[in-house]
Design a protein around this ligand. Structure first.
Ligand SMILES: Nc1ncnc2c1ncn2[C@@H]1O[C@H](COP(=O)(O)OP(=O)(O)OP(=O)(O)O)[C@@H](O)[C@H]1O
Length: 269
């Protein structure tokens, strides 16, 4: 691979101790005289370099939790610490890949990707160079001048991934980033994400409702039930590097799949 490894560029910048430390976290949305409870009394500790997957059914509070970890919304109760300090708002060290496309339709691929560096004031040449390296890295060479509407869903996801990486975040939050893609493309992008993450030292918090996706990617899977109740906190000791195709037929994968599946079912009762 000729392109540089943007996830590795700033590896090792993290300090010891947890990346995130969440205690008693709650999020309520007022509606009429009552509150909609999205999260209640949620605790979480995320270790540096860990690939953590939050697995849960629709509506269990996964996106709410990620928005809180991204500093985009404020907790109703409890605290979030990032590298030991209270998180009070968005932090440039944290990259967030949301569930839905947020590409700028009037900017071409390169200009979308370079946005985080533009926002932090990098000069045109250096941010363009970084964006073009990332175009290469996510396999979009030849599409530099295309606009989002001229790309397939999978290509747009790649652009979004490249844009997040362009900001060189040390922590990545990803909310069902491959949810809307066909199974084959999903697998390809999972493989790509693993290749990018492997050895980078980056911490990832990845949200999905797909058990297989969780097991292909994670060091640790936290299964969430209603209002963020932790149903299972499971280490995934499958060997790395992992090939999404091969790992699925590993007997340990099948065993873990059963465990996660029954935890999800249990939580639905
Ligand atoms: N802005 C909001 N206003 C009111 N209620 C909200 C808001 N955001 C989330 N909720 C409620 O909080 C709960 C959790 O929603 P959230 O989007 O976090 O779930 P999720 O697990 O990410 O679901 P999905 O997998 O479908 O994306 C749901 O009951 C939802 O209706």
């Amino acid at each position: 691979m000729s392109a540089p490894h943007p996830m590795a560029e700033r590896a090792g910048t993290t300090t010891s101790g947890p990346v995130f430390e969440v205690q008693g976290l709650g999020k309520f949305f007022p509606k009429g005289n009552e509150d909609i409870v999205a999260l209640r009394e949620y605790d979480l500790r995320v270790e540096p370099g860990q690939f953590l997957v939050l697995l849960g059914r629709s509506g269990c509070g996964k996106s709410t939790l990620l928005n809180l970890l991204a500093g985009l919304t404020r907790p109703s109760t409890g605290t979030i610490r990032y590298h030991g300090a209270p998180l009070t708002g968005p932090d440039t060290r944290i990259g967030y890949l949301t569930q839905h496309d947020t590409l700028m339709p009037w900017r071409d691929v390169t200009r979308n990707i370079e946005m985080p560096r533009e926002l932090r004031g990098d000069d045109r040449r250096s941010r363009r160079r970084a964006a073009l390296d990332l175009v290469e890295l996510v396999g979009l060479r030849g599409f530099e001048k295309h606009y989002p509407r001229e790309l397939s869903g999978g290509m747009r996801r790649r652009v979004s991934l490249a844009r997040m990486l362009c900001g060189e975040p040390e922590t990545l939050l990803m909310d069902e980033p491959f949810g809307a893609l066909d199974a084959q493309l999903r697998m390809e992008l999972q493989g790509e994400l693993l290749r990018l993450w492997q050895g980078s030292g980056r911490t990832v918090v990845f949200v999905t409702h797909d058990i297989e996706e969780a097991l292909v990617l994670a060091d640790r899977v936290v299964v969430l039930g209603r209002v963020g109740a932790v149903l299972l906190d499971q280490r995934v000791g499958l060997p790395r590097p992992r090939d999404p195709d091969d790992v699925r037929v590993d007997p340990r994968f099948v065993q873990l799949h059963r465990q996660l599946s029954s935890a999800l079912k249990e939580g639905a009762r």
